[in-house]
Design a protein around this ligand. Structure first.
Ligand code: SAJ
Length: 478
């Protein structure tokens, strides 16, 4: 009897999955746990959260049916209240209760401590896996939902779980990777409607993981594959998105140098419809932030660097994926260069100027400020001797940076207004209103998200700079 047959038998004898645990009560774990609890296929869901100083507060909030996630998450608050009131979901710091469960998922952050040396910081993930290993029982399923370096499920995770439990993966317990594909602001919708990649270390593990995720999908379908293929799928889909953004950012820089409007070019390219995704063209901007695109390339790079096989790749040639990272990481610096050039046009310099940054969140209409492109831009200005104030309608606070809600206070007396995030409210702003606040004859506006109409601002005496707007960036100053 093969290992997987033995596991298949154990899982069959154990019966259908009824009790599930979710480790990591964050943007991925909380909606996932709520949807598991809302399914009549499952009896009871435990959310595991360490009772730490920084995030222990989540336990009580969740057990009152309240979402600790900031920002708008349609349907989540109601669903949490429902499943808590029904007694189907409970949050606990007691990891020993893992032993009473049929399946456990881990949705824990996997940042990179040093992208250059491709060193990820797996400390939180490893702690979580070790906690599961301690209470792992025969016939249980363990699923990693975090985005991880290809190979992690079948090496690091397997080793720790076997070490802690004394059991064998693929023989005594099932192990799989089912990467999250959620975006803030639509967490529940994404989990239910996106297809779900599910990859086990063996067939029995894949089959068991398919049983776990099928009930929560509405429009999405399950796409089964091996654990490593699932790891590559996730890291590669974000790497491809980052590459697509880098391509349009590079084109935007070219358009500036050639004195043309990147949005004309984009509309032109975009007109060649059909025949698949390759013709999809994204949007240039002030940078790429967030917890995903900024690191998943390095997970993919580390995956191939640590794989057993030999990579056949042109000699002395950088990975285009890493180059894409460098182009996207350059965009906040480009915003700084545009700001300097604009100040020079009115015989001013960064030193002593007052800059109003509009937008700290990494993405529009969200409070998510993980790896915000605004931060390197602000650092360059502050190091250059500018006084910088930051406005964001959604972000509550950020270490070392005062986030001001009063836009007038931020723009008042400013020499430069820099738009770093495309929040909807900024599209409502007008040149007269802003000019009144700055009180300047020639206020500078640097648009990093194509929010304002250059001509409207230029005709009101603004000095305009926009990413990709080579057709306007050297306009005559009115
Ligand atoms: N951005 C641009 N131009 C664009 C699109 C985005 O400059 O055309 C910038 C955004 O301003 C932001 C950053 O890129 O700073 C990331 O934006 P995003 O829309 O990719 O948002 P994420 O990182 O939250 O979501 C991505 C998504 N991945 C893919 O679409 C392949 C999402 O589906 C994933 O679930 C998520 O990563 C994740 O958690 O991995």
């Amino acid at each position: 009897m093969t290992m997987t047959d033995k596991l298949g038998l154990i899982l069959e004898n154990r019966g259908p999955i009824k009790k599930i645990g979710v480790l990591g009560m964050g943007y991925v774990g909380i909606p996932a746990a709520a949807l598991f609890a809302n399914s009549d296929k499952f009896d009871h869901i435990l959310g595991f959260q360490r009772d730490s100083k920084s995030s222990g507060y989540k336990i009580e909030m969740l057990n009152h049916g309240e979402s600790p996630l900031k920002g708008e998450e349609p349907g989540l608050e109601e669903l949490l209240k429902k499943v808590v009131d029904e007694g189907k979901f409970k949050c606990t710091p007691d990891f020993s209760r893992i032993s009473e469960l049929d399946a456990v998922t881990l949705a824990i952050q996997t940042p990179f401590s040093d992208p250059a040396s491709l060193q990820p910081d797996f400390s939180a993930l490893t702690d979580g896996i070790r906690n599961v290993g301690k209470y792992l029982k025969e016939g249980m399923l363990v699923v990693l939902e975090s985005t991880i370096t290809p190979g992690t499920t079948d090496t690091l995770a397997r080793q720790i779980l076997e070490e802690e439990s004394g059991l064998t993966a693929g023989e005594d317990f099932a192990l799989a990777h089912a990467p999250e594909r959620v975006m803030v602001g639509r967490l529940l919708k994404n989990i239910q409607e996106h297809d779900r990649i599910v990859g086990g270390i063996d067939e029995a593990s894949t089959k068991r993981a398919v049983e776990l995720y099928s009930p929560v999908l509405t429009k999405g379908k399950i796409i089964p594959m091996t654990a490593r293929a699932a790891e590559v799928t996730k890291t590669a889909e974000n790497t491809f998105r980052d590459l697509q953004i880098a391509a349009i950012n590079q084109l935007a820089l070219y358009c500036e140098a050639m004195g043309i409007n990147v949005y004309d070019v984009r509309a032109g390219i975009d007109s060649l419809k059909g025949e698949g995704i390759t013709r999809a063209i994204l949007y240039p901007g002030a940078g790429v932030g967030g917890h995903c695109l900024t690191k998943d390339t390095y997970h993919l790079e580390r995956g191939v660097a640590t794989s057993e096989g030999t990579l056949d790749y042109p000699e002395d040639t950088d990975s285009i994926f890493v180059l894409a990272r460098k182009v996207n990481d350059f965009m906040p610096k480009h915003m700084y260069h545009l700001t300097k050039e604009a100040l020079k046009r009115i015989d001013r310099e960064v030193k002593g100027s007052k800059v109003a940054i509009l937008g700290w969140a990494f993405i529009n209409d969200s409070d998510d400020a993980r790896n915000p492109p605004s931060e390197p831009y602000r650092d360059l200005l502050v190091n250059g001797g500018a006084e910088v104030l930051v406005h964001d309608p959604h972000v509550l606070n950020y270490p070392g940076v005062e986030i001001i809600k009063d836009l007038d206070k931020v723009v008042e007396g400013a020499d430069v207004i820099a738009i770093m995030t495309g929040h909807s409210g900024y599209f409502e702003l007008g040149p007269e209103q802003l000019k009144q606040l700055t009180g300047k004859e020639n206020t500078i506006i640097v648009d990093g998200r194509n929010v304002v109409d250059p001509d409207t601002y230029i005709s009101n005496g603004f000095v305009y700079k926009g990413i990709g707007r080579g057709d306007k960036n050297d306009h005559p100053i009115v």
